[in-house]
Design a protein around this ligand. Structure first.
Ligand code: GRF
Length: 186
């Protein structure tokens, strides 16, 4: 199978990045991770890129950095941008200029709970279930077409932290399935 070239954007711990890198080493996973982008040069997740010798690009605040990034994505023939805990909003210019898919994972069952602090809001609203959503990225926050959602039922003793752990564990499976679906057209 010819694998597609993926670029993963992170800002923090990068546990989704780690899970996608591990998955990409399986022969039937449709993507290889060719580049890791971070807006924070101290993001912990960059250690995973270093561990597996994947090139890193630090995206600075200035518009020139974005232009260089777009050029790098072209040079590396990147087929898909995968946002994994990337905490900045991509510029409209970037979204328009990169003409391939951009996907994101969000820790709630969209369209519910867009934005931040999802776990606290879910608990406050006494929701029965929660989970994660993988979706295409467009110019509006957390609003692109949904690729897939996965959920679990909330227990009485669940806390913000337990929901976070459970959601993260679900995200690893959801993201690899969604990447498979997106790239294989399934
Ligand atoms: C995930 O919960 C994801 O849904 C959200 O940011 C978190 C990133 O976690 N967008 P990690 O950096 O992959 O550990």
């Amino acid at each position: 199978m010819v694998k597609k070239n993926a670029c993963i954007f992170i800002s923090g711990n990068g546990t989704n990045l780690r899970s996608i890198i591990l998955k990409s080493r399986e022969y039937n996973f449709p993507a290889n991770v060719r580049l890791v982008v971070s807006n924070r040069k101290k993001a912990l997740g960059l250690n995973y890129a270093k561990k597996w010798s994947i090139p890193i690009f630090i995206l600075k605040k200035n518009p020139i950095s974005e232009i260089i990034l777009l050029k790098t994505l072209k040079e590396k023939k990147i087929d898909i941008v995968i946002l994994a805990g990337y905490m900045k909003i991509l510029s409209k210019k970037f979204i328009r200029a990169f003409d391939k898919s951009i996907i994101n994972i969000h820790p709630s069952l969209l369209p519910k709970y867009r934005g931040l602090n999802t776990f606290a809001r879910v608990l406050r609203a006494n929701e029965k279930k929660t989970g994660c959503t993988v979706h295409y990225v467009n110019e509006k926050l957390d609003e692109g077409k949904i690729i897939l959602r996965k959920f679990f039922f909330i227990k009485k003793n669940d806390t913000i932290n337990s929901l976070k752990t459970k959601t993260h564990n679900l995200e690893y499976r959801a993201y690899s399935e969604a990447i498979y679906k997106t790239l294989r057209g399934l």
